[in-house]
Design a binder for this molecule. Sequence first.
Ligand code: FA5
Length: 340
Amino acid sequence: MLETLNALESEGLQALEALSASEELPVWYRGYLGRKGRLTDVLRGLGALSAEERPGAGRRANEVKEALETAFHSRQDHIREAELQASIAGGAVDVTLPGRPVAPGHLHLSTRTLRRVREIFAEMGFQVYDSPEVETDEYNFELLNIPAYHPARDMWDTFWINDKVVLRTHTSPGQIRCMRENHPHPIRVILPGKCYRYEQITPRSEHQFYQVEGLAVGHRIRLTDLIGTMQEFASKMYGAGRRMRIRGSYFPFTEPSVEVDMDCILCSGKGCRVCKHTGWLEVAGAGMVHPVVLRNGGYDPEVWSGFAFGMGVERPAMLMHGIDDIRLFYGNDLRFLHQF
Ligand code: FA5
């Protein structure tokens, strides 16, 4: 066995030295080191050796393999370099050849929708306030009037980093951050960003999605201001004439709370799987900022009032483009992405 290995090594090295063109390299490699190569054949024979012979032969086989591999790579570099030099010397590099075209990418549909939402609110005088995606329990829940025992936590189960830190379930914690930073001045901001939920994934629900929060704090701000703002947004986003519905709801951080729905574009209100056969698609949760939340943000609820809303981004995009499955947004299927 040892002689066979020695012979194989010197034959292999000699054959390698004899190579002169890069096309010959893979043929040599397959012949000696490939799956059906000569060394592999020898290695297969190791099992048949006696227990005394096997370790020595195994060690030698590995040495030969390494020697051949190393020699191969240095021969390969040598041949390639020689070929490159020869081609340069022969004037084969045509520097006037046009470059390879780079296919231009484009913005993801979620980003485009977010930008449109920002634009519309900018026209209404709302600034953008950025707040973190990784939040503390305190900001995501406690300061929004959702203490640990509160049943509303069930609606917003999420991914916990540790006992106190979560991936935020909504953009609402940014309300507190923004208020604490701006009090005692009036506020008119939107807070766009990614949210996460421990959620069953369905055609209309993902475990990661975008929201845009809105917050206005000032004097004598009323529910009708909220409704007017939502109506203005809807007519700019979806075109005049879309139907909007406000219905009573519950959020621990707003009082009163409402849900803003749009008629479903996909089925024109007839009912389909996206709108859960109701004809309406829930676009935003909203309401008047709860006194506790105002106080947690540093505003005296006797003097200040405000409205807040939180809307999805993917769902409105689905409405506008007739997309019937939210999972397509994060599926990375180019056939989907290229359409927008
Ligand atoms: C909230 O998250 C509240 N923070 C909204 C709010 C803000 C209320 C301020 C009052 C004041 P809700 O869980 O309903 O509410 O989510 C708001 C919107 O986010 C939904 O209308 C929907 O468009 C979107 N959304 C929620 N969960 C998902 C999901 N799993 N996949 C995609 N979009 C979702």
